[in-house]
Design a protein around this ligand. Structure first.
Ligand code: ZN
Length: 192
């Protein structure tokens, strides 16, 4: 499937929850597999159904070891970023567990080129259903909590650029060239 880009209305509208029967239908099972395939092909650590033009409350997440290759062990620790197995979450309800925020650069497959610093709560809890329509509860911290907040936002028509520190928005190319190694606090100072 193609990933829709910022400017498409579907990214700005609330997504609809699914019934248990709908989740278990062949059509939906096929759609979930396509969503996973599209996320992996991009590649990305998360994808929400509205990002492929379908306004349903489904998100998929996966953070593979190979995605960590550009980060140093220190950067991984600082981000509290760990390998995440594939998960499918339907009708997620997100609760902030720890209001204290962490600030890091974040991008989105629906916003080409850009990256910006986004404050995100450090710990969240998400309740929902898996692809077998079984209830699930996920407690997440660090990067996992960040991905969950980003993807659940997509189900509410929110894009990370709405929440980013506006003056830190930059092209991914410039981020790699100029700021990749700079601590976040210093980048914030430079762009104040
Ligand atoms: Zn996104």
């Amino acid at each position: 499937m193609d990933i829709v880009q910022i400017g498409e209305k579907v990214l700005r509208e609330p997504a609809r929850p699914l019934s248990k029967e709908e989740i278990l239908s062949d059509k939906m099972q096929e759609f979930i597999q396509s969503l996973i395939f599209t996320m992996r092909k991009a590649p990305g650590v998360g994808l929400a159904a509205p990002q492929v033009g379908i306004p349903l409350q489904i998100i998929v997440l996966e953070d593979k070891p190979e995605y960590h290759s550009y980060l140093t062990p220190e950067q991984l620790t600082e981000r509290d970023r760990k390998v995440l197995p594939l998960s499918v979450i339907i009708n997620p309800i997100l609760t902030i567990e720890e209001a204290e925020v962490a600030e890091f650069f974040e991008g989105c497959l629906s916003v080409p080129e850009l990256i910006g610093i986004v404050p995100r709560a450090k710990a969240v809890r998400v309740e929902g259903f898996n692809e077998r329509a079984e209830p699930i509860v996920i407690k997440a911290t660090g990067w996992h909590a960040r991905i969950l907040q980003h993807e659940v936002d997509h189900l509410n028509g929110i894009i990370y650029t709405d929440l980013a520190e506006q003056r830190t928005l930059m092209t991914q190319d410039n981020f790699r060239k100029l700021w990749k190694q700079t601590p976040i606090a210093e980048v914030q100072k430079e762009f104040k």
